[in-house]
Design a protein around this ligand. Structure first.
Ligand code: XMP
Length: 315
């Protein structure tokens, strides 16, 4: 049986011992990095700097809420707007693994810059077990290179600290609850963020479409769950497909994009089953998305694929 309090105590002691100087952490607002920042901040106080990078791919309202959450937790932090750099680096890039590599590398470069300013010697990361197992750790084949691992450049000159490396997601949530971190029940969100929920090149315009679609999907599903119409899925979001199809707007032929809505249940992200969401909720999501983005989206579909054979994200 996993003992969250024992794990926290052990990690605080270990970080106190291992980290002699200053450290930085990439705070994404997700459960993993927030738990990590909480533990390390308890161990070394303001010798930790949490850097929140605004990549331009974050969800609606996320920059603000991360800022507020880190303030409440008392974690020493800064926010860096690097969105121009990210969009520039991803110009013309459509391959999912290249996206991850570029995003991962840029991420580390932005950190290195901040780390130099801060004089940090350590990089703290919220890597968890599925991240490195699915990235070809151990004896398994590479499925996807999760950006915490695959994008790490060999010449990185910061020492790595990964307190959550041996944990699965459900264990991280237990630790979060123990630390009274209010993201404890938040759904998982990938490091490369909305850039991998736009199939094809991520541009400011395409990311804005998927950002709006994700916000509507989250809002309607959370509302339905709160009203007892369904159980809150483990993960739920929207994906923008790069193809256009024919539709009709008023009495005019339209040619618009497709949004795929996805909602799955899982324990540790290694396998997942799609959620049987009531049709009237799917209908509300579909109507709201196509009304909100009339000139851009004319079709909404629901993904009924399990993992395997699919993965949770589409890229
Ligand atoms: P897949 O799509 O591989 O996702 O079934 C399993 C879980 O991992 C998340 N995910 C990522 N997380 N960097 C991350 O930090 C990534 O590149 C990445 N790709 C997928 C996904 O959202 C799901 O929770």
């Amino acid at each position: 049986m996993f003992d969250a309090q024992k794990f926290i105590d052990q990690q605080i002691a270990k970080v106190k011992e291992d980290v002699e100087g200053t450290a930085i952490i990439a705070a994404s607002g997700g459960v993993d990095s927030t738990v990590c920042a909480g533990i390390v901040s308890k161990a070394i106080g303001d010798r930790l700097l949490a850097v929140y990078v605004d990549t331009g791919f974050m969800r609606k309202g996320e920059n603000d809420s991360v800022d507020k959450m880190l303030s409440r937790l008392g974690v020493n932090h800064i926010i860096v707007d690097a969105s121009d750099e990210y969009y520039e680096a991803l110009k013309g890039v459509t391959d999912p693994e290249r996206k991850r590599k570029i995003i991962g590398e840029k991420f580390i470069r932005v950190f290195e810059r901040e780390a130099k300013k801060f004089g940090a010697e350590y990089l703290v990361q919220g890597t968890i077990a599925p991240d490195w197992i699915e990235s070809g750790g151990g004896l398994r084949d590479t499925i996807k290179s999760h950006h915490n691992v695959g994008g790490l450049p060999a010449d990185m000159n910061l020492k790595l600290v990964e307190p959550l490396r041996d944990l699965y997601k459900d264990e991280v949530r237990k630790v979060a609850r123990m630390l009274k971190i209010e993201v404890a029940e938040k759904q998982p969100f990938p490091g490369p963020a909305l850039a991998i929920r736009v199939l094809g090149e991520p541009t400011r315009e395409s990311v804005e479409i998927v950002r709006e679609a994700c916000a509507i999907t989250e809002e309607e599903i959370e509302k339905a769950a709160a009203a007892g119409k369904m159980k809150l899925p483990w993960q739920y979001f929207a994906v923008l497909l790069p193809i256009r199809s024919v539709g009709v707007q008023g009495d005019i032929r339209a040619y618009g994009y497709t949004i795929a809505v996805r909602a799955v249940d899982s324990v540790d992200a290694m396998s997942a089953v799609y959620c049987k969401i009531p049709h009237e909720i799917l209908e509300t999501i579909s109507t709201r998305i196509s009304n909100k983005m009339k000139d851009k989206v004319n079709r909404v579909v629901y993904d009924i694929t399990d993992k395997p054979p699919g993965t949770i994200e589409w890229e």
